[in-house]
Design a protein around this ligand. Sequence first.
Ligand code: PLP
Length: 750
Amino acid sequence: MPHTNHSITAANIHTLVSSNQFGTFFGIHQKVFNEVWARLTHPDGNSVAYISMEIGADPDVYNPVKQRLIDLERTSSMDSKLKGFITKLFQGPEKIPTYSGGLGVLAGDTLKSFADCKIPAVAISLLFRQGYFCQIVDSKVGQICQTVKWQPEATHGLYLLHDPHNPKKPLHIELPFYNEENQIITIEAQVWMKMEISHSLDFFIPEILLDFSLPGTPSPFKKAAGQLYNAESSIVKALQRRMLGAGIIPALQALGITSKIFHLNEQHGVIAILQLIGEELQRSIGHSDFTKATDQQIIQASDKVARQTIYTIHTPVKAGHDRFDKSLYAGISHKSCQRLLDLLAHDEENPHTYNFTTMAMTVNRAANSVSRLHRDVTRKQFPQFAKKISAITNGVHHLTWISDARAEVFNRIPELDNWQYDPGVFAKLEPLSHDQKFRSYLSHAWKKDTAFLFDFINTMLLQHRNQRLETWIDPPNFFSSLIDRNTRMDPQVFTIGFARRFSTYKRADLIFDNLDTLCDIVVSNNWPINFIFAGKAHPADEPGKSVIKLILDYQKELHQKSNGLANLIFIPNYDMKIAKMMVAGVHAWLNSPKRPLEASGTSGMKAAMNGVPNISIMDGWWAEGYHEGLTGWKFGLEKPVEEADLSEAPETLLYSEDSASFYQTLPTILQEFYQAGKGSTFLDKAIMNLALNIPIFNTHRMAAEYLTKYDLHLPKQRQIEMHHFGSLYDSNRNDPPQKASLPSQDDVIL
Ligand SMILES: *Cc1c(COP(=O)(O)O)cnc(C)c1O
């Protein structure tokens, strides 16, 4: 496959600067820029607008432009045109902290795969100047939420767009909001662009980020624009949804982008669809006073817009679905808008609210869940839409999540030639499972990643120890009170990782439900074990925060009851970088949600990309990625899902049942790890994860499945490539994928 049309060399690196009427951008050839922009602004509208409240794509985790410059040894420049860009790239901040968890990271991974696969798309989201929040952890208090300090202006890869009619000024868009008297309040946003640039630097997806934090922005709007998922009041929450949704069409228009397909990544931005329906209705009835439109007219307009809309639903959990009081909406929107919502966002159970999920479910050509099990659950939750709900199982961007050490191994394996472009080639690894060279490379890379993680942890613990001596903060790790300069967490010890948002249904504390049983397993067999945990709870989620506190409280007891054999470490301020380090460095990745509330889960896929086996409840993706004896372990109740299982009430969370099942499974795992020939079956499992799970749980395959819903016209060669990725899996085929044979053991040690 030809991948580098515009290969960049050290000599012609200045060609990475490109300009258009909106500004000057770095990282992409002018010709590429023009081609992509011409596609997005073509009158045929043959492109996708991807709408997401959050996009997680921190440049310190994946940045193909930076990597290319490092490869070319061009990490500084005297060229006046390049100097500013390169300095910012290598010395500027590398975080764009406007994501909260899996939903945002999935959006980022999706866009990176769109770029690699050259699928014409634009993404739209908000720019939050206070990010999500910064997590400090104090062992006595638990989670402390601090405001994030970050500067979009100083962050490389983020560009404030100029107004083409007045190139000295930033581009502004205006949105009408309304007060109770139906009077207009105009709110303005400036427009930022980040580019998700393809691995070969030959394509990009623009991410349009609307920034409403301007000096004149009135107070509640400022709050809504400041912090992702600010839940201070329902009004702030509703304004935030409206800023995203109502900003989309004006932003696209201001840029001349013509996308005809709209993909809602969750329902947060569904107001965009409302606006499209409004335009359609205005065309058909000749005026914009929809209070006078008939139901029939509105439904006709909505049916038309449905042909342009794809909706991905991400969770069966209530907090993920927006409902707003009608009275509240009367204070921020026009009566015409309410007329449409009355019809399209009607909530059977709560007639006084607008239900955004109902609207997104109603107005689309395809509604997708994020795993097979989640599809079945979603059909149960929305029986009236059951027919159109299908599964497109999530994936992760393999180039982002495969560690450098593992990537080096893959680069040396002839069978994996082209792995950067085709995650399907990992299926060829199966015959290599007995290859001694491959096994020792892989084992070596795993150890390297473990060492890296433990260096990070031990440095952190030393800092915590000093913090204990120097500040009022009680550091979050009991272990740091034990250590002197020579005590270290030991990377040879079996290490389980767990990191994700702390929502109660994810049950981070499940495996510590019975410390006596846990410690008994460890002590009676003399099997040391490390638990490395991380994750944030939403600032308003008190139960979630108390789970963090519980985890901290367990540390001392666990250590003491296990005679120091079991240690539990908490890494504060979880983000993508910590995620990448953890999923590659641990020996097994744990997920313990209450089935079937996880929907998909993606951190386990990131572990699988590095060959790290999962220990998980049979929920979300693991019901598809688990192969008995091959890819990891399962535990917990596994009966057919019923309506009652969707409860998140504390007494329905099945702690004792599922933790007992974990304690039953754990000895097998520990024995495998510590058996003679140390961990060779872990290496078998590593290879099987690479061979069976990378080809499936990657975003190239996922993008290919979405493509069948988009109905885009792509060049022949693109179609062939995407068909190949799509053929790696069919999320809606119900029989499990073919099982591979179990590789035999040998004595390469882990
Ligand atoms: C991948 C990722 C998540 C999602 O993890 P789940 O297991 O799907 O809950 C959340 N936060 C960060 C920073 C991630 O990288």
